[in-house]
Structure formats: C-alpha cells, structure tokens
Ligand binder design. Structure first.
Ligand SMILES: Nc1ncnc2c1ncn2[C@@H]1O[C@H](COP(=O)(O)OP(=O)(O)O)[C@@H](O)[C@H]1O
Ligand code: SF4
Ligand SMILES: [Mg+2]
Length: 321
C-alpha cells in the first residue's frame, strides 16, 4: 500500500525575460511519477535547481501542478480536489524545511511555536492538554522540557531542527515532507537528526518524502530513491537498485561525487544547463561521459530494467549488477 502516489506531474512557470520580451516557459518539473510506500522513505536527490522543492510544494498543497495528480490512498488532488481532502492534507502531510526559523518571530517561545498548529485546529482544548502534548513532543524529539520557555535564538541549529520536527508532529501527521532538513547543520549533528527521524518513523509509523542534494544522506535514510535532473527523473528504484546497481551515467557521477575518499574521484564536469533552454535530446548529454550522437537529438524513453528499477537513458550501464 502506498502512502503517496505522484502521477505525470508537470509544473511550468512563466518567466518574464525583459520589459518587452514575451514570457518564457520554465519547465521546473516534467512527467514526474513515483510512489512512496507506507512506512517507507522516498529519497529525492538532485543538484540545486532540479525541481525538488517544486515537487515538495505540490505534494504539500502549497503549489498547484500544471498537470498530473497527487494521491494519498483514496484522496486525489488533481485539477479539482474536495474540501474535506484539503483539510485532511493540512493535518496529515507536514513539512520540515532547511531553515524553518528564518521567517519566524524570534520573540515567540519554543512552546508556542510547537503548539501553534494545534491551537489553530483545537482552540477548545484545555490548557493542561496542550501542556501535556508539548511535554510529550519535546521528550520525543530529545529536548529537555524547560526548552519550552526559550526562544529560537537561544538554540543551536540542531536543537532548532528538533523543534521544527516537534511542530511538524503536533497534529499527528501520516507523512512528513523533509526538504533538505539537515543541509544547514554540521556533519556530526546531521547524523543525530537523521537518526532521530529514523526512530520517530519506526515509533509513529510515518512515511517520509526526503529531499537532499546529498546522495549520502539519501542513501542512509531511504527505502526508495529517485534521481532528478532538470526536473526529470533520470533513474528510480529501491535503495539497492540505485546505490548498488546504478544504471544512469548521472547517478554514477553523483555516487562518485559523494565519495570524497575514493581514489578515482570524478566530479561532474560542466554546468547544469538553464531550465529555460534545456538541451535537445537527452538533457544530460553535454555532461555525459557515455553520450553518443543519438543522445543529442532524441530524448531517451523511460525503460524498466526490473519491476522496481527504471532508467531514462539510451545506454544504461548495467555491467555493475
Ligand atoms: N515560483 C517560481 N517562479 C519561477 N521559477 C521558479 C519558481 N520556483 C522555482 N522555479 C525554478 O524552477 C526550477 C526548480 O527549482 P526548485 O524546485 O527550487 O529546485 P531545487 O529545490 O531542486 O533546488 C529552478 O530553475 C527555479 O529557478
Ligand atoms: S541518453 Fe545518452 S547522454 Fe543521456 S545519460 Fe544516457 S548515454 Fe548519457
Ligand atoms: Mg530546494
């Protein structure tokens, strides 16, 4: 059973070139489809600008797709959606972002920050019930109870991210969308926060959509992985399909780039093309060491290598299997 299914999502942004120029179309996400199994973690990995946050916003309901639909079990969000489903999503799908405190009132204390979503939904709750829930949440995320009287500015980055997780959990969600949740933290703190997320997932039966530009983070956490490049899925599969049997040249380049100690470090050469003028053929061809002539003119179709493993490439590398 899937917690989330995304089908053929496209998101096009009209972008103004200049005062008299016609708006151009920026295809931030094209034909994106994937499934997040209940209780699992789908890891979305890709360089900056590959469309990860755009997909996250669409799944959270903070943005609308140009086409395609998002479904959570029986609940479908496409061209139209039901009010009751939208209310369900506001509670059941919550987000943890890279820097949730950037825009928050530094005068609010941690207790009020964590409880705010619950106060909006259940204004009739008794004061004691709110305090009980707050203490329970702070314990769950590993923060001392007295932190509820502190302000965001008094906390470290890792502690602030624990507060953000507690706030995301206050309405008892089913799915968390984690968009670069540890990217702003020191590496040693990253592991602590990722381990906390794993423990919470087991204890609460949560499903995660995890977004990161760092394949090491994605590989550590995910049951399933999708590799995005210029808004398109290059490859998708189980963790093992991607980490042990990578078939797409871009995935190989990401793996090489995430292994700083490897003797044969190949960083990905070249720049990411502008999404306003994506290359013809395969969008990765200018940077691909395996590119041949056909790649410059013909976009590769998505191929199924196995029941779980899909790749979008004319010449997938399957020799490592
Ligand atoms: N509201 C918007 N208007 C125009 N372009 C946007 C908007 N949001 C995102 N984009 C563009 O869409 C592409 C994907 O962005 P984003 O989803 O933020 O990527 P990522 O999270 O992978 O870094 C980028 O080229 C970005 O500039
Ligand atoms: S289709 Fe061609 S250019 Fe694109 S990833 Fe495959 S081999 Fe490289
Ligand atoms: Mg982003």
């Amino acid at each position: 059973m899937n917690a989330l299914e995304v089908s053929d999502i496209g998101r096009v942004f009209p972008v103004r070139g200049g005062l008299f120029a016609r708006p151009k179309l920026l295809r931030a996400v094209e034909d994106a489809s994937f499934a997040l199994p209940r209780g699992g973690t789908f890891g979305l990995v890709g360089e900056s600008g590959s469309g990860k946050s755009t997909l996250a916003k669409i799944i959270l309901g903070a943005d609308e797709p140009t086409r395609g639909d998002v479904r959570f079990g029986e609940r479908v969000f496409g061209k139209q959606s039901r009010d009751a489903d939208r209310r369900w999503r506001q509670r059941a799908v919550q987000a943890v972002l890279q820097d949730p405190f950037g825009s928050l009132d530094p005068q609010m204390n941690i207790g009020d920050i964590v409880l705010e979503p619950l106060r909006i939904q259940k204004s009739g709750f008794a004061r004691e019930a709110f305090q009980k829930r707050l203490d329970e949440l702070l314990a769950q995320v590993g923060l001392p109870a007295e932190f509820k009287r502190r302000r965001p500015g008094e906390l470290s980055g890792g502690q602030r991210q624990r507060v953000a997780i507690a706030r995301a959990l206050v309405l008892e969600p089913e799915i968390l969308v984690l968009d670069e949740p540890v990217s702003a933290l020191d590496v040693s703190i990253q592991a602590q926060v990722l381990n906390l997320l794993k423990d919470l997932q087991d204890a609460l039966g949560l499903s995660y959509l995890l977004i990161s530009h760092d394949l090491a983070v994605i590989a550590f956490m995910s049951s399933h992985i999708g590799v995005l490049y210029l808004g398109r899925f290059m490859e998708q599969g189980t963790r093992e399909d991607i980490v042990e049997r990578a078939a797409h040249p871009y995935t190989h380049a990401l793996i090489a780039a995430s292994e700083p100690d490897a003797p044969d470090v190949r960083t990905i050469g070249g720049e990411i093309p502008s999404p306003l003028a994506p290359p013809a053929g395969c969008v990765f061809h200018a940077r691909c060491p395996a590119a041949r002539d056909i790649c410059k003119s013909v976009a590769p179709p998505m191929q199924r290598l196995t029941a779980t493993h899909r790749v979008t490439c004319h010449f997938p590398l399957t020799s490592k299997a």
